[in-house]
Design a protein around this ligand. Structure first.
Ligand SMILES: Cc1cc2nc3c(=O)[nH]c(=O)nc-3n(C[C@H](O)[C@H](O)[C@H](O)COP(=O)(O)OP(=O)(O)OC[C@H]3O[C@@H](n4cnc5c(N)ncnc54)[C@H](O)[C@@H]3O)c2cc1C
Length: 416
């Protein structure tokens, strides 16, 4: 959706945008290419943008990131880096730094909102146990330092409204949810409101919760909490089904008292967290189609710009990291930018689509409103947790065991 005050792209400007990009790419790459000769402009210094900048710079490219914010600062709340996302950080030489900053995830405990524990998913049964809870600001800080250490130029307060004005051999749109590049390549892809709202907050905690994500499941609502920063904070996401429209924004504020009222029937454990909320963000959950075009001419999309996802598989950050690696590798291996971008798109679209669809299909599982159905579902979960715990975790192997790096490492040294 267009932001207030942002110029709208017309059909003719989309066409000229794509044509200019294609012509430029053809002219430059008639005779093959080498990534170390490429000048790469990245729009957006978020998770995917900083990761692809470091990945391309480590492979020899000259990279400049254009970020609209005035500084790379304390924004956002917690997010999850699962083993598939961690594999990319490790390949970029940033894995050890993340291990020092994040909280290792050990289990997911599912609770009925009133009756308490239902079942635990033991994350220590995963083949790869690098599953991390981290504050978004900490991950951004690691990636930012990583990009600078690799020689990336970062321009702040540098919003890009028309990517084709950037003078570079490759222009990567890592500009998130409201991407201008996505509109340029795909026109407007209308999202729809899912009639769900997510409240997001970080509250202080006493350090007693080690590595456990707790999900309280209730009719039409659920509440997820997990520890951050050595357990001195808890990240809270409270999802509610409601018809009333809410803005799709990472920064729209909510009212802590309204949050408490909406979840007032939850048990003591949830109340002890809700009581500490002083500031809360309110985020309308929208379902977006995965962009059909990720690469055209010398323009490429990655992360939320290509495939915004609902939070129910916690894969937003990990998918952006995977995209970043594959795009840098394609630019490094392919004979031309156009071939690289079409290879990148062919590899990434099916996986991103599968994960986005899995996330879209997941919310109802927590929100069963009929009491008998809830009882049956919780009993089945308890049984599966008792007799087949390995199988319960195995259902996620296709997500977590996917290593786009193939074990490759571009840098080993930690950043200072
Ligand atoms: C402020 C903010 C807070 C967030 N908080 C959370 C959170 O608490 N938990 C969570 O799970 N996810 C959060 N996210 C989203 C999460 O980072 C992404 O879903 C995911 O990591 C994918 O990363 P990305 O790089 O595609 O997008 P993002 O990480 O969203 O990065 C996009 C970047 O592009 C910049 N940008 C956008 N348009 C332009 C433009 N035209 N010109 C220049 N720069 C531009 C943005 O300022 C941003 O830095 C947040 C995102 C933002 C922007």
């Amino acid at each position: 959706m267009a932001r207030r005050g942002e110029p709208r792209l017309t059909d003719s400007s989309i066409e000229s945008f794509a044509n200019r990009a294609a012509t430029r790419a053809k002219l430059r790459y008639l005779n093959g290419m080498n990534i170390s000769q490429l000048r790469i402009a990245v729009i957006g210094g978020g998770i995917g943008g900083l990761a692809v900048a470091r990945a391309c710079a480590l492979r020899g490219a000259r990279v400049c990131v254009h970020e609209q914010a005035t500084d790379i600062s304390e924004v956002g709340a917690g997010l999850q880096v699962s083993p598939n996302g961690f594999a990319v950080l490790r390949g970029l030489g940033l894995g050890d730094t993340l291990r020092q900053t994040g909280m290792r995830a050990q289990r997911v405990a599912l609770h009925d909102y009133r009756r308490g524990p239902v079942v635990q998913l033991d994350l220590t049964r995963l083949v790869n146990q690098d599953y991390w809870f981290v504050h978004r600001a900490d991950l951004i800080d690691i990636l930012h330092r990583g990009a600078c250490a690799a020689g990336v130029e970062i321009r702040l307060n540098a919003r890009v409204n028309d990517p084709s004005h950037l003078d570079a051999d490759v222009i990567i749109g890592a500009d998130g949810l409201h991407s201008v590049m996505r509109k340029g390549l795909n026109g407007t892809l209308a999202p729809f409101f899912t009639r769900q709202v997510a409240w997001r907050a970080v509250v202080p905690h006493d350090g007693s919760r080690s590595g456990e994500a707790r999900v309280h499941m209730a009719p039409y609502r659920h509440l997820v909490s997990y520890p951050l920063r050595g357990g001195n904070a808890l990240n809270l996401i409270a999802v509610e089904e409601r018809a009333e429209w809410s803005e799709e924004s990472w920064s729209a504020p909510g009212d802590p008292n309204e949050l408490r009222t909406r979840f007032a029937d939850f048990g003591a454990d949830a109340q002890s967290i809700l009581a500490k909320v002083e500031r809360v963000g309110k985020w309308g959950l929208f379902r977006h189609p995965v962009a059909p075009v990720w690469g055209q001419g010398n323009h490429a999309l990655l992360g939320d710009a290509a495939h915004p996802t609902l939070p129910f598989m916690a894969q937003g950050a990990s998918l952006a990291l995977e995209d970043a690696w594959v795009l840098a590798q394609s630019l490094s291996d392919a004979p031309s930018v156009e071939t690289a971008l079409s290879q990148y798109q062919a590899v990434r679209v099916p996986r991103a689509t599968k994960i986005v669809n899995a996330a879209s299909g997941n919310a109802w599982k927590y929100h069963l409103s009929s009491r008998p159905l809830r009882f049956a579902a919780h009993s089945a979960l308890r049984l599966a947790g008792a007799v087949a715990p390995r199988r319960m975790m195995g259902q996620f192997a296709w997500i977590y065991d996917h290593d786009v790096t193939g074990g490759q490492t571009l840098a080993t040294s930690a950043i200072s």
